[in-house]
Design a protein around this ligand. Structure first.
Ligand code: NAD
Length: 331
C-alpha cells in the first residue's frame, strides 16, 4: 500500500521512514504543495498525506477520489485547509493528528513571550559586536502579570499550566470550561475581559467563527501596550489591523509563528528572492515584532508522534475503516 506525501521536507522523510517499519507502506515524497494543479502527481496510491498549507478543495477531493485514493491523512492537528463536506460526499476518509506533544507549541509560545520581553535576540547580536550596553533591552517581570488565553484545548491547557508555573494570573476564554484548569486557578471570562489582559495568546482553531477574531474592533478593546502571541493559525489575526495597532502603539509586542498569507512564504528558503508580500515586510520592519515560520511544532518528540500517529491512522483506516483514536477521524 502506498502513501503519497505533499509539501514533504527532508525532516518529514527522515521521521516517516524511521517509523514505517511496523506498517511497511511504500512512501513517496513530493516537495510540491497539493492543489488542483498538482493532484495529478497521485499515481496508484491508497492514501495521500498533507500538511497545513496543502489545499484540499472540493475539486482536489474529486481528483483524489478519481485516482482511487481512500484516505487523506493530515500530519497536523488543524484541518481548516480541507473541504470535509466534499470528502465525505465522495466517501474519502480524512484523519489528523489531534494531539502531538502540545507542550511543543505551548513552549514555543512561551519562547516568543520571553524573547519579545527580554529581547535576547537583540542582546545576542549586540554582544557579538562587543556592544555590552543595556539601553533598549528593558523588560518586565512575567510574575504577577495577567495572561489571557483564547482556546484551552490541548495546547492552550499546556500553555496555561506553564504560565501558572511562572506566577501569572491566567484568564481564559473557550466555548467549554476545563474543570482541571479551573481547579489550578485559571478563571473563564467573556472575550471582552480577555482582551484587557497584559499578554494574549491564541490557541483556538481557525474556522468561520474565529476568522479575524483579532481585528480593528478587538484590538481597540485591548490594553495599551498589550503583548499578542499567535501560534495557532494566521487567519485568526487581521494582518492589516495588527499593523495599524502596532503603528498606533496599541499593540506593544507581537509574536507570531503563523501568518495569514504564509502559504506563499513559509517552509522554504526565499533569501535570494524579492518578496512581493508587503504586509510581511511591514511586520518585519517593527522592532517589537518577532516572527517565526510555523516552527512551534518542530521538536523531535512532536515529529516522532506525528509520524507514528499518521502511519497508524492510515493503517487502521485502510485495514478496518475505523480508528481507535476517535478524535483523529474527521470524516
Ligand atoms: P484543540 O482542538 O485541542 O483545542 C482547541 C480549543 O479551542 C478547544 O478547547 C475549543 O473548544 C476551543 N475553541 C473552538 N472554537 C473556539 C472559539 N470560537 N473561541 C474560543 N475557543 C474556541 O486544539 P489544539 O491541539 O490545542 O490546537 C489549537 C490550534 O493550534 C490548532 O487548531 C492549530 O491551528 C494550531 N497548531 C499550531 C501549531 C504550530 O506549529 N504553530 C501546531 C499545532 C497546532
Amino acid at each position: 500500500m502506498k502513501i503519497i506525501f505533499f509539501s514533504a521536507q527532508p525532516y518529514d522523510k527522515a521521521f516517516f521512514n524511521r517509523f514505517n517499519d511496523s506498517v511497511g507502506f511504500e512512501l513517496v515524497y513530493h516537495k510540491s504543495q497539493l492543489n488542483e494543479q498538482t493532484a495529478g502527481l497521485v499515481d496508484r496510491a491508497e492514501a495521500v498525506c498533507v500538511f497545513v498549507n496543502d489545499k484540499v478543495t472540493a475539486l482536489v477531493c474529486q481528483q483524489l477520489a478519481d485516482k482511487g485514493v481512500k484516505v487523506i491523512a493530515l500530519r497536523c492537528a488543524g484541518f481548516n485547509n480541507v473541504d470535509l463536506e466534499a470528502a465525505k460526499k465522495l466517501g474519502l476518509k480524512v484523519c489528523r493528528v489531534p494531539a502531538y506533544s502540545p507542550e511543543a507549541v505551548a513552549e514555543h509560545a512561551l519562547a516568543l513571550i520571553m524573547t519579545l520581553n527580554r529581547k535576547t535576540h537583540k542582546a545576542y547580536n549586540r554582544v557579538r559586536e562587543q556592544n555590552f550596553a543595556l539601553n533598549g533591552l528593558l523588560g518586565f517581570n512575567l510574575h504577577g502579570k495577567c495572561v489571557g488565553v483564547i482556546g484551552t484545548g490541548n495546547i492552550g491547557q499546556a500553555f496555561c499550566r506553564m504560565m501558572i508555573g511562572l506566577g501569572c494570573q491566567v484568564k481564559a476564554f473557550d466555548l467549554i470550561a476545563n474543570k482541571d484548569l479551573e481547579a489550578m486557578g485559571v478563571s473563564y471570562h467573556p472575550l471582552t475581559e480577555i482582551l484587557q489582559t497584559d499578554i494574549i495568546s491564541l490557541h483556538c482553531p481557525l474556522n468561520e467563527q474565529t476568522k479575524h477574531l483579532i481585528n480593528d474592533t478587538t484590538i481597540g478593546m485591548m490594553k495599551d501596550g498589550v503583548m499578542l502571541i499567535n501560534t495557532s493559525r494566521g487567519g485568526l489575526v487581521d494582518t492589516k489591523a495588527a499593523i495599524q495597532g502596532l503603528k498606533a502603539g496599541r499593540i506593544g509586542y507581537l509574536g507570531i509563528d503563523v501568518y495569514e498569507q504564509e502559504e506563499h512564504l513559509f517552509f522554504r528558503d526565499l533569501s535570494g528572492e524579492v518578496i512581493q508580500d508587503d504586509e510581511i515586510q511591514r511586520l518585519m520592519s517593527f522592532p517589537n515584532v518577532l516572527i517565526t515560520a510555523h516552527q512551534a511544532f518542530f521538536t523531535d518528540e512532536a515529529l516522532s508522534q506525528i509520524a507514528t500517529t499518521t502511519l497508524n491512522n492510515v493503517d487502521q483506516l485502510l485495514k478496518n475503516g475505523i480508528l481507535t483514536n476517535r478524535a483523529a477521524l474527521l470524516v
